[in-house]
Design a protein around this ligand. Structure first.
Ligand code: AMP
Length: 223
C-alpha cells in the first residue's frame, strides 16, 4: 500500500485538492475530519467525545484518531493508494502512520505541503460552504455552486460548518502552528516532501499537485 499525505493549515485547500486528485488518479481519499463529522452525526461514543474539541477548534485525542485510521486501513490491500487529508496532525499520529506502513509493507510516497498566506486561509474558511450530504466544499465567491445553497455534485443542501466561524478559525490556525507545523521538517528530512503554493486558480493548483506526485520529491519551495 502507498500513502500520499496532504499537509497544511485549515483553509490551505486540502479538501478541495483531495476531491480533484482522487477523481484524476483513482486514490482512496481518507479525511479524518469527514470521518469525525460522520461519527458526530451518527452519535457514536467517538463522535460524542470528539464534538466538543471540534467545536472549539482543538484537536481530537490521538487515541480516537488512531482507532478510526487503523479501522479504515484494515481492509486495504497491497495495491491500495491512500490520500490522507488532515492526518497526521501530531507527531504521535505521524509515528502511528509509520508503524502501520512498516507492518503492512507500505510506503509513504509523498507529503504535499499546501501553503497560502494567512489572510487567504481566513477568507477561504469564512466563505466556505459544505454539502451536508456528500461533503463537497464550495466558496461563496471563489467556488460558487451553480445554484445558491445547492451542491453541484449531489443536489444536497450546503451549510456552514460550525467550526468555520471566526473565533474557532483563529484557534484552529494557532493549533496548526503549535501541533502540526513541525511535521513539515520531519517529512523534509525523509525526502518525501514537496511544497505547493495554493494561492492560485484551482486548475493550476491541481496541475502542480499532479506534477508533484509524478516527479521526484523536492524540498525547495515551488512558486
Ligand atoms: P478538518 O475537516 O480536517 O478541518 O477537521 C475538523 C476538525 O476535526 C479539526 O479542527 C479537529 O478538531 C478534528 N480533526 C480532524 N482530523 C484530526 C486529526 N488527524 N487529529 C486530531 N483532530 C482532528
Amino acid at each position: 500500500m502507498k500513502v500520499i499525505v496532504l499537509l497544511g493549515p485549515p483553509g490551505s485547500g486540502k479538501g478541495t485538492a483531495a476531491e480533484r486528485l482522487k477523481e484524476r488518479l483513482g486514490l482512496d481519499h481518507v479525511s479524518t475530519g469527514d470521518m469525525l463529522r460522520e461519527a458526530v452525526r451518527a452519535g457514536t461514543p467517538a463522535g460524542k467525545e470528539a464534538e466538543r474539541c471540534m467545536q472549539a477548534g482543538e484537536l481530537v485525542a490521538d487515541e480516537i484518531i488512531m482507532r478510526l485510521v487503523e479501522e479504515r486501513m484494515a481492509a486495504g490491500g497491497a495495491q491500495q493508494r491512500y490520500l490522507f487529508d488532515g492526518f497526521p496532525r501530531t507527531v504521535r499520529q505521524a509515528e502511528l502512520l509509520e508503524s502501520v506502513l512498516e507492518r503492512r509493507n507500505g510506503a509513504l510516497e509523498r507529503v504535499l505541503s499546501l501553503e497560502a498566506p494567512r489572510d487567504v486561509l481566513v477568507s477561504r474558511l469564512t466563505g466556505r460552504r459544505t454539502c451536508r450530504r456528500c461533503g463537497t466544499n464550495f466558496h461563496v465567491r471563489n467556488i460558487p455552486p451553480r445554484q445558491p445553497g445547492i451542491c453541484d455534485a449531489c443536489g444536497g443542501d450546503l451549510y456552514q460548518r460550525p467550526d468555520d466561524n471566526e473565533a474557532t478559525i483563529l484557534n484552529r490556525l494557532a493549533v496548526y502552528n503549535r501541533q502540526t507545523e513541525s511535521l513539515i521538517a520531519r517529512y523534509a528530512s525523509s525526502g518525501v516532501l514537496v511544497h505547493v503554493a495554493t494561492d492560485k486558480p484551482l486548475d493550476e493548483m491541481v496541475a502542480e499537485l499532479v506534477a508533484a506526485l509524478d516527479g521526484p520529491a523536492r524540498a525547495e519551495r515551488r512558486a
